[in-house]
Ligand binder design. Structure first.
Ligand SMILES: [Zn+2]
Length: 232
């Protein structure tokens, strides 16, 4: 991750606050598939008429960070909440790269420490009162759990147990997507294995899953097996 410091070139007209006024960190998405300060600024300035940008930090698709403003600067992330909020934007439209999530956790933890905040103080844009938006396009309870438990790698959160060269075959793209989402969730994998054991499969699968030995193919087999047996 590279920090691109653009603080000395970003315009500002909002004025400043004391750093101790910061009580919340907001996560945003850009609602665009790609982008950067350079891409967003003309819209903010010319269309919205802002003299200050929207965020203190912008996390680019490759996980690099554009550092836009010092914390004392008041930016334009959320109307009526800007004086007490530090804004971090993750570029994307409800879908973010692993590199971005890793960077977000790193940057967010640093900011939490600096401002004396806890994971409960990290909110998505739409969790602020009066906000009506799909921003930040991610389940914030998952993000907060990640921040609270210190599991700051994406691997820890998603716990994918995919082996080299392993490819599953699905009859349709939709089905593949559904299974991929399922397999990327540690909780879902656990549910599948527990259901399978309950349905009569060997208890050794629980141990295998815990030790990361159960492949995606195994989990699909167990999940389907449990379903078939339950439905009988
Ligand atoms: Zn937002």
């Amino acid at each position: 991750m590279v920090i691109i410091d653009i603080r000395n070139v970003t315009p500002r007209t909002n004025g400043t606050r004391k750093e101790t006024a910061i009580k919340k960190i907001a996560r945003h998405h850009s609602a665009t598939p790609t982008g950067s300060w350079e891409a967003f600024w003309p819209y903010w300035n010319k269309t919205k008429g802002w003299g200050t940008g929207g965020y203190h930090e912008i996390i680019l698709r490759n996980g690099d960070v554009q550092l836009c403003y010092d914390p004392v600067e008041i930016t334009n992330g959320i109307a009526n909440h800007n004086t007490s909020t530090y804004h971090i934007c993750v570029v994307g439209n409800g879908s973010f790269t692993d590199a971005q999530e890793k960077t977000f956790d790193e940057r967010c933890k640093l900011a939490m420490k600096r401002f004396g905040l806890s994971a409960a103080d990290i909110l998505g844009h739409n969790e602020f009162s009066g906000a009506s938006t799909s921003c930040p396009g991610i389940d914030m309870s998952m993000v907060r759990t990640r921040l609270a438990t210190g599991n700051n790698t994406v691997a820890d959160t998603k716990a994918p147990v995919k082996k080299e060269g392993e490819e599953l075959e699905f009859s349709s793209g939709t089905l593949r997507k559904e299974w991929e989402t399922f397999l990327n969730s540690k909780a879902q994998r656990e549910i599948a294995v527990q259901a399978a054991v309950k349905a009569g499969y060997s208890e050794k699968w629980i141990k295998d899953m815990e030790e990361g030995k159960a492949t995606d193919g195994d989990i699909v087999m167990l999940g389907l097996g449990a379903l078939i047996r339950v439905n009988k």
